[in-house]
Design a protein around this ligand. Structure first.
Ligand code: CTP
Length: 403
C-alpha cells in the first residue's frame, strides 16, 4: 500500500462513521488518502475527523467558498490508484450507474481511470429493490468491484443484507487487489461446484447438502485476478458475482462430466469443488412411484463417474487439476490418498471436525496438500478469503512451472 493514492468517497449513510477506521487503516499502511464527502455525508461524520486522520483537507464542494479555489475532479481522478466509495448509498449508486454528476464525488468517479471499489450500505428492502439490483449490476458491468454488504441488524432495526462490510475487510479486499499475482491473467480455469441431483422418478431425487459457495467464491476470486472462468454448477441458488464467469448449469454427475469433458481440452487449471453424488439410481422411473403400489420400494444404484479422476488421468503436461476432500476422520491420510488416486496436482482438505468448516457456512478452514511438499494449514477464514488463498496457491504453482 506504500505510496498508493487512495480516494475514499463517503456518502450519507449511518455507516459513514466506520469510514474513519477505513481511512486510518490506509494511512497506517502507508497510503496517501484523499477523502471526498457528499454534502449529506457531512451530516453523519465531520470533515474535521476525516481531514485529521487523512492529513489532507476533505473535499466536498467544487469550490472552496471563501477563496473560490476550484477542486479539479479530473486531477483527482487521475491522481488516484484506487477509489473506494464506502458507504455507497442507493442514491449515489444510482447516480454512478447513470452518470448523474451533480456532486464532487460522482464527478470524480466519472473522471477516474483508477480501479473503483463500491461498498453499498442501505436498508434491506432498498438493497433488494430491482432498481438497486440493476444499478449495482451496471456498476459491475463497468468493471467496478462491489464489496457486498454483510447480513446483520440495520439502522432501521430490520435484520438482513445491507450492512456495510467492516472496514478491515474493505481494506483487505483493496490490499489483495494491489498484491494480486499477474500470473492468473488469461488463465483458462474450469471450476465445478454445488451438489448433483440423481433422479429417482420425475418428482424425486438424491442429493447432498452442498451449496456451492466455496466453488463459486473460487470462480469469483480467479475472475477478479483476470482468469477466464467456466463454472460448471450443480443445482444451487448461489451465483457468481462476476459477470465474466461463464456458468454452465447441470443436474446430474453424468451431465457434469459431459460439460467438463467438453471444456477440459481448452482448460489450464481445473478446480473440482463439486460434491458429486457417488451413486445414481440405476433405472429411474419415468412415472411417479406411487405409495399404494410400493410398500417399500427398492432402489438399485450404479456408481457415478469420478470427474476429478477422469480429468486427472486425462491431463496433458501443463494442465493442473485441483481437488477437494471433505473428511470426518484420518484427514491427512485420506486427502493424500485421494490426491494420488485421482492424479491431482493439489488437494484442499477441509474437515467436518473443525467448527465453521464444511457445507453451507460462510467460513472454511483448509489445509492444502501438494505432492512432495509440507502441507499448508490455514486458519478459519471467510469463504471469500479462503478462495483468495487457494487462487494465490494456484498462481504460485503456475509461476513455479513457468520458471
Ligand atoms: N469428485 C468428482 N467426482 C466424483 C466424486 C468426487 O469429481 N464422482 C471430486 C470432488 O469434486 C473432489 C474430490 O473428487 O474434488 C474428492 O471428493 P470426495 O467426495 O471427497 O471423494 P470421493 O472420491 O467421493 O471419496 P469418498 O466419498 O469415499 O470420501
Amino acid at each position: 500500500m506504500k505510496g498508493k493514492h487512495i480516494v475514499i468517497g463517503i456518502t450519507g449513510g449511518i455507516a459513514a462513521y466506520k469510514t474513519a477506521t477505513l481511512v486510518r487503516l490506509f494511512v497506517k499502511a502507508g497510503a496517501e488518502v484523499q477523502v471526498i464527502m457528499t454534502p449529506n455525508a457531512r451530516e453523519f461524520i465531520t470533515p474535521v475527523t476525516l481531514s485529521t486522520l487523512s492529513g489532507r483537507p476533505v473535499i466536498s464542494e467544487f469550490f472552496t467558498a471563501n477563496t473560490g479555489e476550484w477542486h479539479s475532479h479530473v486531477d483527482l481522478g487521475l491522481w488516484a490508484d484506487a477509489m473506494i466509495i464506502a458507504p455507497a448509498t442507493a442514491s449515489t449508486i444510482a447516480k454512478m450507474a447513470n452518470g448523474v454528476a451533480d456532486n464532487m464525488l460522482v464527478t470524480s468517479y466519472l473522471s477516474t481511470r483508477a480501479t473503483v471499489f463500491v461498498a453499498p450500505a442501505m436498508d434491506f428492502d432498498m438493497m433488494k429493490h430491482p432498481s438497486t439490483v440493476r444499478n449495482i449490476n451496471m456498476l459491475r458491468s463497468y468493471g467496478n468491484h462491489i464489496i457486498e454488504p454483510a447480513d446483520g441488524e440495520l439502522a432501521s432495526h430490520l435484520v438482513g443484507k445491507g450492512r456495510m462490510e467492516e472496514p478491515e475487510n474493505i481494506f483487505r479486499t483493496v490490499e489483495a487487489y494491489f498484491n494480486e499475482s499477474k500470473s492468473m491473467r488469461g488463465v483458462k480455469m474450469l471450476v465445478t461446484a454445488g451438489p448433483t441431483r440423481e433422479k429417482i422418478d420425475p418428482v424425486r431425487y438424491i442429493s447432498n447438502y452442498s451449496t456451492g459457495k466455496m466453488g463459486v467464491a473460487i470462480a469469483d476470486a480467479a475472475a477478479a485476478q483476470g482468469a477466464e472462468v467456466a463454472l460448471v454448477l450443480g443445482p444451487t441458488d448461489v451465483r457468481p458475482q462476476s459477470p465474466s464467469v461463464k456458468v454452465v448449469n447441470v443436474e446430474s454427475a453424468v451431465e457434469m462430466l459431459e460439460a467438463c469433458n467438453s471444456l477440459f481440452p481448452d482448460t489450464d487449471v481445473a478446480v473440482m469443488t463439486a460434491a458429486v453424488a457417488d451413486y445414481a439410481v440405476k433405472n429411474p422411473a419415468d412415472k411417479k412411484i406411487k405409495r399404494e403400489n410400493n410398500a417399500s420400494p427398492q432402489l438399485e444404484f450404479v456408481k457415478n463417474p469420478d470427474i476429478a479422476a477422469t480429468l486427472g488421468n486425462a491431463k496433458r503436461s501443463g494442465q493442473l487439476v485441483v481437488g477437494f476432500a471433505l473428511e470426518t476422520d484420518h484427514e491427512a491420510e485420506n486427502a493424500m490418498s485421494k490426491m494420488k488416486r485421482k492424479n491431482l496436482d493439489m488437494i484442499v482438505m477441509n474437515s467436518l471436525r473443525d467448527a465453521g468448516a464444511g457445507f453451507g457456512t460462510d467460513t472454511n478452514k483448509i489445509t492444502i496438500y501438494t505432492p512432495g511438499e509440507t502441507p499448508t494449514v490455514y486458519p478459519l477464514k471467510s469463504k471469500r478469503e479462503v478462495a483468495a488463498d487457494i487462487v494465490a496457491k494456484i498462481a504460485s504453482m503456475i509461476d513455479a512451472r513457468a520458471d
